[in-house]
Design a protein around this ligand. Sequence first.
Ligand SMILES: NC(=O)C1=CN([C@@H]2O[C@H](COP(=O)(O)OP(=O)(O)OC[C@H]3O[C@@H](n4cnc5c(N)ncnc54)[C@H](OP(=O)(O)O)[C@@H]3O)[C@@H](O)[C@H]2O)C=CC1
Ligand SMILES: O=C1O[C@H](COP(=O)(O)O)[C@@H](O)[C@H](O)[C@H]1O
Length: 553
Amino acid sequence: MDENKSNPHSTSTSQTTRETADCIFERLRFQITRLGSATPLTSHIFFIFGASGDLAKKKIYPTLWWLYRDGFLPERIRFIGYARSQITIATIFEHAAKYMKVENHERETFQKFVELNSYCVGHYDVEKDFQHLNDEANRLSKQESAHRLFYLALPPNVYESVTELISKHCRPKPPGWIRLIVEKPFGKDLQSSNKLSEHLSKCYVEEEIYRIDHYLGKEMVQNIIVLRFANHILSRVWNRDSIAAVIIIFKEDIGTQGRGGYFDQFGIIRDVIQNHLMQILSIVAMEKPRSTKGEDIRDEKVKLLRCISPVKPEDVVIGQYIGDKDSGDVEHQQGYLDDKTVPDNSTTPTYAQLILNINNERWAGVPFILRAGKALNEKKAEIRIQFRDAPGAMFDEDIRENDPNGRLARDELVMRVQPNEAIYLKLNTKRPGEMGFIIEETELDLTYGDRYQGVKLPDAYERLILDVFMGSKINFVRSDELQEAWRIVDPILELVDQKKLPLIPYKFGVFGIPEAFEAAAKHGYIFRGTYLWKDERSGSITSKEQKKKEKNR
Ligand SMILES: NC(=O)C1=CN([C@@H]2O[C@H](COP(=O)(O)OP(=O)(O)OC[C@H]3O[C@@H](n4cnc5c(N)ncnc54)[C@H](OP(=O)(O)O)[C@@H]3O)[C@@H](O)[C@H]2O)C=CC1
Ligand SMILES: O=C1O[C@H](COP(=O)(O)O)[C@@H](O)[C@H](O)[C@H]1O
């Protein structure tokens, strides 16, 4: 018998899930109105520059749709796409369709959203095109003082002219405000980044600029601050006395997939480490901010970055993927240089590991290892805090008998940013049921999918675009943070660009580069390879199933 039918008070799982999600949305909407900055009745215009491009199609249009669908955007809003391509808004929506994930019951709402969108053709450096865009915006919003948000989903070579012409021709009349969302890369090195910052500061005040780093919008990255500063038990051990090493890992199981034109000019250090991983590092290691205000948090991040010396060449390992001709997977047979958008003899790294030292009282001597690679065996991002060995030799005999490594495993706190967000603490326990002290590794586990069933975690772009509407800058990068992050990697980038560091080839689909593991071990990060994550231990999940699950999320 169907229990739900017989009991009017019971709900089906999907109903419960929907209700949980509704409660969360309701709470969020309340927070937004309380913060008041989205001012629901004032007109807003959201401009998407580079509307014909990849990011716009995959992330920006879908995010705007989800925010609109869930009732987070101001009532009076228009969206205007802008690019050089002679296309229509219909074409843009056709291309973005598969990323929008519109459900059948949402069709009517979606249609309303589509009707709020339009597209303007124009160049990125022609004054009259921007004047025309401004006229069009005024006509559509019927208000010259509508608040305006500009998303620059554009390659960096046009940032300067676009930002100048927006400021010159497309500012709203007061009291309308303007907010400019700038995508990374913010420059190519310290010098070009400073030049861009100087240029922006001539046309905009800092409050108007939102430098987006989408990792700052990820649930687990946002949780680091709470985990660290709302748990006394952790704050006592969060230092060099207890922590042996910290490793922040980014892995992708795809290659450049046709984005080689962009990637080859930047490489993995600029693409991922200088921004996403350095941002994570600064939150993991900063001192406690005075408050949760954006400026207080960013002040602490900058202070921390200032304690890091530029990376030394001996602390760097770089690599480039090659095709694995024996692989059954056609994509894995293609190396980086086989990508048609990559120059034939490119030496751009697709894998890098940098080991940093933070010269302050809390962290001196603790290696911070930043590791990122494309075309590896899995997609994963995580932070591992490895604690020091348990002192005293009490279990030595028992370990020698039972453990091939002859030493106790180190405790490790892992924050899995993606996929399947989780926080788990790896610990040693007595193997249950055994007579003696047979020790095995296990975990205290907070897997979000189990603990928070039915809770929808918004996509990083959803949170960040909403932040811009609300005028919250906590999750955006300040110019001095940016400057410090570039300072740390700048000398290494110079050596990489001059081809002065050995580039290690690795096969598409491998776990990583042995030289990087050896360097991490030499600095004190011990990887035993004996621990199995709970799902792997129980055999309940194979990596293919894991992938499938992730794809369906
Ligand atoms: N794609 C992604 O997944 C991510 C992208 N980003 C960042 O977002 C920004 C946009 O990326 P993405 O959408 O991939 O880029 P695209 O290469 O798709 O470029 C976006 C649009 O810019 C215009 N454009 C492209 N090349 C040039 C050029 N040389 N000169 C002038 N205009 C040009 C094109 O529009 P038209 O010709 O119609 O004017 C194009 O549709 C970049 O800064 C990138 O680093 C960040 C994170 C992820
Ligand atoms: O910024 C970038 O990030 C993506 C990875 O983002 P994720 O949210 O899927 O982890 C990366 O593929 C890309 O090269 C880089 O520009």
